[in-house]
Ligand binder design. Structure first.
Ligand code: NAD
Ligand code: IPM
Ligand code: MN
Length: 364
């Protein structure tokens, strides 16, 4: 769906930068380099303001999402560039739930757009599959489902303990993500939408997905629509990924599918995502987490963060600049100027430098 660019009087786009934890900090630094290179050639300015929300701050003073943060973000910014969040020192990752899930729900970012695009056939673990076959988007409902935070624990720690996590599916929530999927397919000429649920077992919570899907699809007769149960869908994606262009599903299934998709296209290091409310402030981040196993070693792949920045530029109405970022990434993959997770030998910083330099060359 075409999202309306955020407009500011001066043509400046104001971006809140939240690097977060672990490799989130490392990859965000590189994404900023590349964004600055792209912005230096155009009439629109990008203005960045950094926030220290994450594990360090939480462990220091107990702050997760500061008081008034949501209102401030809505008032003062056009987009959020996010790194990753998660730290083994924080029990149950409480800060992650408040900060990341907090922004997703409280800014009502109901679309989680996760494109899966294979840049080079050598990167997929699927034998004999090429770039045209691994090319789809996952549209994950991003504000409800099992992530709604409804539930409780009773008689905690006793033999009679009960733990409940309620799957919340609202008519409004289901309808708007399904409608977005058809709009997205139609706007990008993708021709087909597959909705996936588990309505054969979740006869209340997912029956509504079936019903709403069959209603909404009648409004888009030019788009082929299909339904698959989630267990069949994952099998079909691995067997023959070329069948899929737009997949729409609930919050939890979308989370799992997007990591599967990421691996089919070369790994988590390359996968971007947009947490979007069309026409409003939205948040862009790589799909991966804070990767404590590789943090601080200058080996994380910054491409997921760079491609997330490209999604952000699209959202801000700066598609020519987004195109430069994507061309730079493609060039780096063909020239094997990448980090080691996809076969190169560059460090995080060096990969970022290469991408920024490529963007500068494109401007010349
Ligand atoms: P992860 O995505 O951090 O890492 C999974 C594996 O992929 C690791 O082996 C890691 O080294 C590798 N990997 C991830 N990003 C990479 C990159 N850019 N380059 C190269 N390799 C990369 O998932 P995890 O280990 O399950 O989670 C770690 C922490 O991150 C947890 O606290 C989790 O909750 C959190 N998390 C946060 C987000 C987010 O902020 N959106 C997403 C997923 C996980
Ligand atoms: C993601 C992450 C998050 C999610 C975690 C960190 C809560 O895995 O962005 O995919 O499950 O949405
Ligand atoms: Mn995930």
């Amino acid at each position: 769906m075409p999202s309306k660019p955020a407009e500011t009087i001066s043509g400046t786009r104001r971006i809140a930068v939240i690097p977060g934890d672990g490799i989130g900090v490392e990859v965000t630094r590189e994404a900023l380099k590349v964004l600055k290179a792209a912005a230096s050639g155009g009439p629109s300015k990008l203005e960045f303001t950094e926030f220290d929300w994450g594990a360090e701050r939480y462990l220091r003073d107990g702050t997760t999402l500061p008081e008034g943060a949501i209102q401030m973000l809505r008032r003062d910014f056009d987009a959020i560039l996010f790194g990753a969040i998660g730290d083994p020192r924080v029990p149950a990752n409480k800060h992650a739930a408040d900060i990341l899930l907090g922004m997703r729900t409280r800014l009502d970012l109901y679309v989680n757009l996760r494109p899966v695009e294979l840049f080079d056939h050598a990167l997929t673990p699927l034998r004999g599959r090429g770039t045209t076959e691994v090319n789809f988007v996952v549209l994950r409902e991003n504000t409800e489902g099992l992530y709604a935070g409804v539930g409780g624990q009773f008689q905690h720690g006793t033999p009679n303990e009960v733990a409940l996590q309620v799957d919340v599916n609202t008519r409004k929530g289901v309808e708007r993500i399904i409608r977005y999927a058809f709009e997205y397919a139609s706007h990008h000429n993708l021709g087909r939408v597959c909705m996936s649920d588990k309505s054969n077992a979740l006869t209340y919570g997912h029956e509504i997905w079936q019903r709403v899907f069959s209603e909404v699809k009648t409004e888009y007769p030019g788009i082929e629509s299909r339904h698959l149960y989630i267990d069949t869908l994952v099998m079909e994606i691995v067997r023959d990924p070329g069948q899929f262009r737009v997949i729409v599903t609930c919050n939890l299934f979308g989370d799992i599918l997007s990591d599967l998709g990421a691996q089919l296209a070369g790994g988590l290091g390359l996968a971007p995502s947009g947490n979007i409310h069309p026409g409003r402030i939205s948040l862009f981040e790589p799909v991966h987490g804070s990767a404590p196993d590789i943090a601080g070693k200058n080996i994380a792949n910054p491409v997921g963060a760079v491609l997330a920045s490209a999604l952000m530029l699209d959202h801000l109405g700066l598609s020519p600049q987004a195109g430069m970022l994507r061309r730079a990434v493609r060039a780096s993959v063909s020239a094997r100027q990448t980090t080691q997770d996809i076969g190169g030998s560059l460090g995080t910083r060096e990969a970022g430098d290469w991408l920024a330099k490529n963007v500068t060359k494109q401007l010349a």
